[in-house]
Design a protein around this ligand. Sequence first.
Ligand SMILES: NC(=O)c1ccc[n+]([C@@H]2O[C@H](COP(=O)([O-])OP(=O)(O)OC[C@H]3O[C@@H](n4cnc5c(N)ncnc54)[C@H](O)[C@@H]3O)[C@@H](O)[C@H]2O)c1
Length: 364
Amino acid sequence: MNSVRFGILGAGRGSDLAQAMHHVPTAELVAICDENKERLVTVADKLPTLKTYNSWAAMLDSDIDAVIVASPMPLHVQHSIDALKAGKHVLSEVTAATSIEQCWQLLEAVLSSNRKYMLASNYCYMRSWSIVMGLVKAGKFGQIYYGEADQIQDFKAGFPHPKQGYNWRTEELALRRGHHYITHDLGPLYQAFGERITQVVCLGSGQHHLSWAKADDTCIVLCHTEQGKLIRIRLDFFSSRPTNFVYYGLQGTDACYEAPRGPQDQHKIYIDGQTPQGTWQDLWEFKDYLPDAWKQVSEESVDDSYNGGTPLMIEDFSCCIIEDRRPPIDIVDALNMTAPGLVSEISRERGGIPVDVPDFSKST
Ligand SMILES: NC(=O)c1ccc[n+]([C@@H]2O[C@H](COP(=O)([O-])OP(=O)(O)OC[C@H]3O[C@@H](n4cnc5c(N)ncnc54)[C@H](O)[C@@H]3O)[C@@H](O)[C@H]2O)c1
């Protein structure tokens, strides 16, 4: 096999993924499924060669090799399990699951299948973060002991009132406390630390914007890693302010990185013994540390938005299937990136007590 035949479930985020697929030589997008006919028509107008399905079961019955699950978050586990049982490889949108119980169900299903499962954590593939990871792998950070991430996006308008009918975003992100969308923040940091989160503490600011919402305007999640290192994550979907969706910071014994705090800011790095003391260097000076896949992207095609690494992510997944190797964000990584956010709800509800995160690696 030198190309993987994909079907996408969900034509919302799924339509971005369908566009990204054009740039992946080892993947062939053949089908898309959505029960919403209007959405399907919109995608089919742009990509007329695609086979469209209203029925998920019918797409699973077809001769595709793999699916990208881009359905609503609470359905990811059920849809991933359906696909694995139908013999399809699964690239699941974030997050992997919306409860700890779902995490265990998914783990069991993946382990008892002989198919690949990977979490579509596209933020791990962003160009700026790929340079940081290149520097981490080259040992430039020394021992990493602190990381931070902020996900600040005024998303109030994206949460319809619960009385307007069921909406998964309202249900998961406005009516629950804690950080249930943590993978964009934790995913890249988890990769840099290379160890799982064992314990989480979460505190919140209260809700000052939507009278009916339960989630805090801002919540802070503190994560303790297996080796006793610290990660701080801020989630804010409610404050009226400019967006800063992808702020990351990383501190090691030998180097420090900070992403831009806003449009006037830049990606900056300090490397002890190399950068003049008290100053920063521009991260883009270190493009040599990019992986080959990013080096091969032509300057005109470079996309430094959150979605820019999506083709590289799909390529990585396809190659794992073709070469029969472990996906770079496998089931245990997916759960290690997801579960700290789920247990943050327990900590927040109980006044910020430390809560243990299950160890999913013990079952593998
Ligand atoms: N990685 C990223 O950067 C990123 C960005 C946006 C969204 N997402 C994730 O992508 C997922 C989808 O987000 P969205 O904004 O497209 O949500 P959405 O609710 O707008 O779209 C989901 C679609 O799935 C379809 N669907 C649900 N169940 C179905 C079924 N059984 N059969 C057929 N179709 C079905 C719905 O009709 C809907 O059109 C979410 O989990 C979200 O977290 C990720």
